[in-house]
Design a protein around this ligand. Structure first.
Ligand code: SF4
Length: 454
């Protein structure tokens, strides 16, 4: 593809679009607020905070704002729980005109009182109170209200400072991480600890359980998990872990850095998407957490699992070789894993983009892809459509917002986000992924549409 100005309508967007050339590329602009006029695929600050905190299964989540903010994020994560289901509710203060004019603090206090009264027999350990756009505009002091009700009811009430317009989705991640830090017991020691914290896995379709199963085989204990299938009491003791492993780097690197500074806990980046990354990640963890004998056991186990998975992947590789993929996901680390996973299946990535990727992550994507690959930061439907059509991608991998785009274009789609029902992590997940890509790309329905099978 020619290195032309890719977005002729909103020229400022061109800095956020990179078409990989054989020669040295310029670097892509990223990690900044969306350009006005571009209908970004990114969620708002509040939504960024909510997706990180929502999987804490025994917490109440109260959204201080108009009802729409709460309904749009109701049960948003699709993350599974092995116990409480409280997190699947969505409480809202349902602000109206009166509160917008005269302030909503009293209504917030009344709302918290009301749900505590209604659940007197089963009070939650923590209540999160999210600030939405309008709260930033009218200036409610949610921190003061949270403090007041916390004292009144003797229940931890944590303000999440996330007015939707106050930055981009990454600011919401930060607000969520700050709320998590507030829950941690600061007087815990991690001397002699043999446990780790899992950061950035949200237990979609039970993926946290797969990771924990691998770790348990080598007697590595999990102290806290952020935040898939997590409980407030576990988050409280997070500072007693010896290591933090970070899967979703976009949402959790800030927390990992904070915990390193505050509690001296080091962190490593991991990914359990794809055979190669799962193997590498388990080895990295074993190197830090295990003695020599256990590391040997890990090697042996991984060799066996890799062999089995590759055997099962063979039939899909034959059916997928030569296909082209477009990827548009939340964070850079996942996008990198997907590029590698596609490569291992014989599929070429022709478009790859993220909502919140970092410069180094885009550099890795550039290193892993061929000349002509389109790399996008904070894209919009117009650009995605244009590049999917231009590159002839057969499948789009993304989330709920990208699904209709793929189907309207008559190409296959794979949900790698909130709504999927089967795990895509670990060795078994790698096989599920190939199976899903195959059944979607090679579905006969595309022949009926006369598209998608180029
Ligand atoms: S916080 Fe603002 S941008 Fe986010 S859903 Fe609510 S109104 Fe919309």
């Amino acid at each position: 593809m020619k290195a032309e100005a890719p977005n002729k309508i909103i020229k400022e967007r061109n800095d956020y679009i990179l078409i990989k050339q054989e020669s040295k590329n310029r670097s892509i602009k990223c990690d900044s607020d969306s350009i006005a006029g571009s209908v970004s695929q990114r969620a708002c600050v509040y939504c960024g905070a909510r997706v990180v905190l929502n999987p804490i299964t025994d917490a109440w989540h109260i959204v201080h704002g108009p009802i729409g903010c709460a309904s749009y994020t109701w049960d948003i994560r699709g993350s599974l729980s092995s116990g409480p289901e409280i997190y699947r509710n969505s409480f809202s203060t349902d602000l109206g005109e009166e509160e917008v004019i005269f302030g909503g603090e009293k209504k917030l206090e009344r709302s918290i009182d009301e749900i505590i009264k209604a659940n007197r027999d089963n009070p939650p350990p923590v209540i999160f109170v999210y600030a939405t756009c309008i709260i930033g505009v009218i200036g409610d002091d949610i921190e003061a209200v949270c403090k007041k009700v916390q004292t009144k009811h003797n229940i931890k009430v944590v303000p999440v400072k996330s007015p939707g317009f106050a930055g981009n989705k990454s600011a919401g991640y930060k607000a969520a991480c700050n709320a998590l830090l507030e829950l941690m017991d600061k007087n815990t020691s991690n001397m002699g600890s043999n446990s780790l914290n899992i950061l950035g896995d949200f237990n979609l379709a039970g993926e946290m359980w797969i990771i924990k199963k691998y770790l348990s085989l080598f007697n590595i204990n999990v102290c806290s998990q952020f935040t898939g299938d997590s409980r407030c009491r576990d988050i409280k003791k997070a500072a007693s872990a010896r290591l933090n492993i970070v899967q979703c780097a976009g949402s959790m690197t800030y927390l990992a850095k904070k915990m390193r500074a505050l509690y001296g806990i080091p962190f490593i980046n991991v990914s359990f998407f794809g055979v190669e990354d799962t193997k590498e990640s388990l080895l990295k963890i074993a190197d830090v957490m295990c003695g020599e004998d256990t590391v040997k056991k890990v090697y042996f186990y991984l060799r066996k699992m890799e062999k089995e998975a590759n055997e099962r992947l063979k039939k899909y590789k034959c059916r997928l070789a030569g296909k082209k993929a477009a990827i548009y996901v939340g964070g850079g680390f996942k996008a990198i894993s997907l590029v590698k996973q596609f490569k291992s299946l014989g599929i070429k990535t022709v478009v790859v983009g993220t909502q919140t990727g970092k410069k180094e992550e885009y550099e890795s994507m550039g290193d892993l892809t061929d000349a002509g690959t389109v790399i996008l930061d904070d894209s919009n439907p117009f650009e995605l459509e244009k590049f999917i059509v231009k590159t002839g991608a057969h499948i789009l991998v993304g989330g709920v917002k990208e699904r209709p785009l793929a189907y309207k274009l008559g190409i296959a789609f794979c949900d790698h986000n909130h709504e999927r029902k089967h795990p895509l992590a670990g060795f078994e997940g790698a096989v599920n992924f190939a199976k899903e890509i195959d059944s979607s790309i090679n579905s006969p329905v595309w022949n009926l549409l006369g598209a998608g099978q180029q």
